[in-house]
Design a protein around this ligand. Structure first.
Ligand SMILES: Cc1cc2nc3c(=O)[nH]c(=O)nc-3n(C[C@H](O)[C@H](O)[C@H](O)COP(=O)(O)OP(=O)(O)OC[C@H]3O[C@@H](n4cnc5c(N)ncnc54)[C@H](O)[C@@H]3O)c2cc1C
Length: 478
């Protein structure tokens, strides 16, 4: 039996793997993406601050700085092509004392050196005139007008769908457990059998050290750095317009307060190094830290409107920078490893860069029929009354509201299930059409959404999961 050898196998379906997949789909190459979970955007890419950083924070000359600024520049065009939620709302860094003002100026200067445009330093009073909920203790602020907010799910899923439409194959529930290279071909052992490739891209997030170390002698080491958040209801969404940061500290950018593209208010994250790469539980102490940290710069935050808390894990590599490029001791093995913040921002630029390196290695030419356009999810809540009426006339399921908090209809859920990389779980629906994303967190609509998922996919009700296998929603005894 002849075995299929892909030109490239990408390991990991987070924002980085999907961005590389989409960029590689511009080339004449066969590409397969392996993801251990049941869907894309199931790791760190689903749990972060969702900020498109301007690029003043990262050390000048680092890969973080370069890819941050380049990724920020690419985000606007990408959002137009792929139709995901992105808003250049601007970000501010607060300074609480005159002694610390030089640190703010240092950030400004670093931003200039890194290539960030459109920044200004303003007084506390000027900021309060723009942003009334800023506390009186703020004496000055750095405003970065190129900063933005994005839907991390929207971005990742859009990249994956467009990659799929342009020929990339996705294999889910497929965990890579070993890699070896013989006669110039990589054999990738998974829980679902072997996959073969001429080149491999490692985009496995917090596990990218483990994947790298399966192949390379120069070992990597990644520490999971946990960050916890509170998400507040839409009623609090307008509390600030800018994304509000404190001055950065040893472990990163500190606690922020930000609107989200979905209209909520996000506060967090904490930063703590942990041993367990699966620990995304939120603890009471972390929530207290989020609350006290956010109150320093922003007053009257209506904490009682918190609808959920969550945590994400930063992939902190010992070298404190992104590890990107072909391994020195494994030809055809490319890393996109240790991609901690600003990885979400940097993703479009990392995708293009890595795809170019891989295409050069393969000698692959650009395709003539690459289609850069992807149409976003059906979103009735954004339509006018007349537009909604016309859509419902055509598709009566769009008139059946399933999720009342987020105003999501059965028609939108069915659309999300039948797209190129369709939703198979409740979390899959949540990330695509925001069913179960609101105040009740699925308390009222989960059972109806499960019925629709089961009907449309043929998965029996008792096998419908929250996310991966083992998270079945129903438990029963025969
Ligand atoms: C608290 C926090 C806040 C952040 N805030 C921001 C921000 O505001 N702005 C910003 O730009 N960046 C931010 N980041 C960083 C950003 O979220 C990450 O850089 C980005 O999501 C990393 O994407 P990734 O694809 O590398 O990793 P992931 O999204 O984790 O994807 C890796 C994928 O690989 C899969 N995988 C792992 N091992 C295997 C295996 N053996 N076989 C198959 N599949 C495997 C995983 O299941 C996962 O889906 C933040 C991160 C955190 C944690």
């Amino acid at each position: 039996m002849t075995r299929k050898i892909f030109d490239t196998v990408i390991i990991g379906g987070g924002v980085i793997g999907c961005s590389i997949a989409r960029a590689l789909s511009k080339y004449d190459a066969s590409v397969c993406l392996l993801e251990k979970e049941e869907d894309v955007c199931s790791g760190t890419s689903k749990a972060n601050s969702a900020i498109v950083h301007a690029g003043y924070d990262a050390k000048t000359g680092s890969k973080k700085a370069y890819f941050n600024v380049e990724g920020n520049k690419l985000m606007g065009k990408l959002a137009e092509e792929l139709d995901f939620e992105f808003d250049r709302n601007g970000s501010v860094v607060l300074c609480y004392s005159e002694e610390d003002m030089p640190k703010l100026r240092e950030l400004y200067e670093r931003g200039i050196t890194n290539g960030v445009e459109d920044m200004e330093i303003i007084s506390g009073d000027e900021l309060r005139a723009r942003e009334p909920n800023i506390t009186d203790s703020v004496v000055g602020a750095l405003v970065a007008n190129t900063g933005g907010i994005v839907s991390p799910f929207g971005l990742t899923i859009a990249l994956a769908e467009n990659a799929s439409e342009n020929g990339v194959e996705f294999k889910f529930d497929t965990e890579v457990v070993g890699i070896k290279r013989e006669d110039g071909i990589y054999t990738i052992a998974t829980n679902n059998g072997e996959v073969y490739a001429k080149t491999v891209v490692n985009a496995a997030g917090i596990f990218s050290d483990e994947i790298h170390n399966m192949v390379c002698e120069d070992k990597l080491h990644i520490t999971a750095r946990k960050g916890a958040y509170c998400l507040l209801d839409k009623e609090a969404g307008g509390h600030v317009k800018y994304t509000v940061f404190g001055l950065p500290g040893k472990y990163g950018k500190g606690i922020l307060v930000s609107p989200t593209v979905h209209g909520n208010l996000l506060i967090g994250p904490t930063a703590m190094d942990i041993d367990d790469k699966f620990d995304t539980a939120t603890e009471a102490g972390e929530i207290s830290e989020v609350i006290s940290g956010s109150a320093l710069g922003v007053k009257n935050i209506p904490y009682r409107l918190t609808i959920t808390s969550f945590a994400g894990l930063r992939a902190h590599e010992d070298g404190n920078d992104f590890v990107i490029g072909e391994s020195k001791d494994a030809e055809g093995f490319f890393d996109a490893a240790g991609i901690e913040s600003p990885g979400l921002t940097a993703a479009p630029a990392i995708g293009e860069h890595v795809a170019k390196l891989v295409a050069e290695k393969l000698g692959a030419d650009e395709k003539k029929d690459f289609n850069p356009i992807r149409k976003g999810f059906l979103k009735l809540s954004e339509k006018s009354f007349e537009e909604r009426a016309a859509i419902i006339k055509e598709n009566p399921l769009c008139g059946v509201v399933v999720c009342r908090c987020m105003d999501v209809s059965e028609g939108e859920i069915v659309d999300a299930i039948h797209r190129p990389i369709g939703a198979k779980s409740l979390d899959g629906l949540k990330r695509r059409v925001h069913q179960g994303f609101g105040r009740c967190q699925g308390g009222f609509c989960a059972s109806k959404a499960m019925e629709i998922l089961s009907r449309e996919t043929g998965i029996p009700m008792e096998k419908i999961c929250k996310n991966k296998s083992g998270s079945e929603m129903l438990s029963y005894k025969m």
